[in-house]
Ligand binder design. Structure first.
Ligand SMILES: Cc1cc2nc3c(=O)[nH]c(=O)nc-3n(C[C@H](O)[C@H](O)[C@H](O)COP(=O)(O)OP(=O)(O)OC[C@H]3O[C@@H](n4cnc5c(N)ncnc54)[C@H](O)[C@@H]3O)c2cc1C
Length: 598
């Protein structure tokens, strides 16, 4: 084996070890995402459609009413974008309304709202201003969350009350020049002092939201592993008054979400007390990924809010603007856009609500679902912004309308908190791990058929069962039975393709990103369809027999399901009919020739 091949192999083995440690900490209940990969539909996590309990709903309604009034009066998204700053009075106002306290525990001044209720608040903010939504997300879902989940009682007492009240701002600093998507490649070092009382941090961070205005930062740095040559990532609580904390650039000039203050930071021999270690030393990546998981759910919510705004703006324009003697909305090609946008927004909301409910119900292993939500909702929003833009024609291009800002703002979503390509690969591989293990066990058992016949029999039946039997998708509305059966059948077909891919590629699947992408896309469509069906079912039940069959929500749900099943079939068909070899060949050639077509 050549040395570069063996280095690659060693790197891959290390990545697998890291992922194992991060993702598979112990036996977990089977979630809806992982279930799909095994050909099962774990209905309990999706159906019936999760509702906010009445008592909380009343409190949420009051909070939303006050929030809307405040935002109507004080939030000027265009000015925030123009001035590249969120005014302090907006931050203080949100703090007074208890927005930062929403999901924090009561004993530190929090309001202990569910994720579902919090998502409704984020949807409202996201519908108006992406900068403010990202700022709040960093404060509450990411910055503060690390302390809520991993802080010691003393750390929580010390840091959380001021963050919850908004007196202090939070930031989360993982990204560095050499550690973007490859989060495990953090180069910032934290060396223990001789007396062991503190750590000395050296390194750089970039693209850190609120990095230069925050008073409490969660910072990832590399610490030695006792008794070994290796280092591992540890999370630290850092404050800007620590000697050596340097703001290299407080507000990097940027395309969108311009109201957020995105910083470059450096730490130069910066002492951090050992009491400021967050979570277990060496387990900082687990802190980072868990916290980002939370962030991704609120991403779904704020994208949903922005999507609804796009739809509203597109409809306003389509009904008001006349060309060729008709309103734009009378043309079929505008109708097509409006209907597609409605279906997308409906699905985004359903998927956000179901995913948030997984956290509320105490399900621990929701990485797959949050990754699906993040990729799905950020891509759906990009489509919605683009369609709304097109409906507006030239009018969208000018700064007196919000769409040019919304277009610029939406672009970060596919990159931030895990680039969509990385998450797509991740979710395919995490999902395939279950059936992959079953195959390995089956192979193992078949090697000793006399000793292990019972296990081989059970595993074989399980695989065979998943291949021939569609799982039951329980709906309460009889009118949805055909859709539910179709979903079950698609889950079965998906499982067959997953198994085929595993048999065909074996461990090589780790490098087959074209295959991973198709599997991931199909899985996302299945999850989205399940959420849509669940929501539609609950709305039909609530409407009772007096429900209007022409209700646009039901139409949007049906349109989404039709399109989603079609996209899923296409993804699976492309497993067998594709241009993968040609794609690789041309890309390699163009890469080799510096972008020249020769
Ligand atoms: C406005 C803004 C705010 C941010 N806020 C924060 C913050 O508060 N805290 C923080 O820590 N970070 C923050 N980030 C950083 C953000 O999380 C990173 O930009 C993101 O993780 C991607 O890393 P990167 O930019 O280095 O891109 P790279 O890692 O260089 O990736 C570039 C592209 O390569 C592709 N790619 C990368 N790896 C793979 C792969 N394995 N397979 C296939 N394709 C791949 C993807 O298409 C990706 O978009 C922020 C970034 C921006 C722009």
């Amino acid at each position: 084996m050549s040395s570069s091949k063996s280095r690659e192999q060693a790197e891959r083995e290390k990545q697998i070890r890291d992922a194992d440690e991060l993702l598979f900490s112990g036996p977990q209940k089977l979630g809806v995402g992982k279930g799909l990969f095994l050909g099962r539909f774990v209905a309990d996590w999706v159906m019936p459609y999760p509702q906010i309990p009445q008592v909380e709903q009343a409190e949420l309604d009051t909070s939303l009413e006050r929030l809307r009034k405040f935002l109507d009066e004080h939030l000027d998204a265009a000015a925030i974008d123009r001035q590249a700053d969120i005014p302090r009075e907006v931050i203080d106002g949100l703090a007074r309304l208890g927005v930062f306290a929403m999901t924090a525990p009561l004993d530190v001044g929090g309001r202990n709202f569910s994720q579902r209720a919090y998502c409704k608040v984020m949807e409202e903010i996201g519908s108006r201003c992406a900068s403010t939504a990202i700022f709040v997300n960093v404060q509450s879902s990411v910055g503060m969350r690390a302390l809520v989940l991993f802080g010691t009682p003393e750390q929580k007492r010390r840091w959380l009350p001021a963050l919850v009240s908004g007196e202090k701002l939070a930031a989360f600093a993982l990204t560095e020049p050499e550690a973007g998507s490859d989060a495990a490649n953090v180069q910032t070092t934290a060396r223990p002092s001789a007396d062991g009382s503190h750590y000395i941090l050296n390194g750089e961070k970039r693209y850190i939201t609120s990095g230069a205005i925050a008073q409490v930062l969660t910072v990832m740095a590399r610490t030695p592993v006792p008794g070994k040559e290796e280092t591992a990532i540890t999370a630290f609580i850092v404050t800007p008054d620590m000697p050596g904390f340097t703001v290299v650039e407080p507000r990097m000039e940027k395309l969108g979400v311009r109201g957020t203050a995105t910083a470059r930071l450096a730490f130069r021999d910066m002492p951090v007390p050992k009491e400021n270690i967050l979570g277990t030393p060496g387990k900082g990546l687990k802190v980072a990924l868990t916290v980002l998981d939370f962030g991704r759910v609120t991403f779904g919510a704020s994208c949903t809010g922005a999507a609804k705004t796009c739809l509203r703006l597109a409809v306003q324009h389509a009904t008001g603007r006349r060309q060729f003697g008709r309103t734009l909305g009378e043309f079929e090609l505008t109708k097509k856009k409006i209907a597609r946008m409605a279906a997308g927004a409906y699905a985004m909301e359903a998927m956000t609500n179901v995913t948030a409910s997984l956290i509320d119900r105490g399900f621990e292993d929701y990485m797959l679902e949050t990754a699906m939500l993040k990729v799905f909702s950020t891509e759906a929003l990009w489509m919605l912004v683009s369609e709304a833009f097109q409906v507006h024609g030239g009018a969208a291009y000018f700064t007196d309308k919000p769409l040019e800002r919304m277009l610029r703002d939406a672009r970060i979503n596919q990159i931030g908190e895990g680039a969509n390509e990385v998450l797509t690969s991740f979710l395919a591989l995490v999902g395939m791990r279950g059936p992959g293990q079953q195959f390995q066990q089956l192979q193992e058992a078949l090697r000793h058929p006399w000793g292990e016949w019972r296990r081989a029999w059970v595993l074989g039946l399980d695989r065979l069962g998943a291949a021939v039997r569609s799982p039951e998708v329980p709906v309460r509305s009889e009118s949805l039975r055909a859709h539910a059966d179709r979903l079950g059948d698609h889950i079965r077909r998906f499982n067959i393709e997953v198994n085929r891919a595993l048999i065909r590629h074996r461990e090589e699947i780790l490098d087959r990103q074209y295959v991973q992408e198709r599997i991931a896309r199909a899985a996302m469509e299945l999850f989205a369809s399940a959420c849509v069906l669940s929501r539609w079912d609950s709305e039909l039940q609530a409407a009772g027999s007096g429900g209007d069959p022409g209700d646009a929500r039901f139409g949007a749900a049906e349109l989404f399901l039709r399109g989603s099943f079609r996209r899923m079939r296409r993804s699976l068909a492309e497993m067998h009919d594709n241009d993968d070899d040609a794609v690789t060949a041309i890309a390699n050639r163009v890469l080799r020739h510096g972008g020249e077509l020769r």
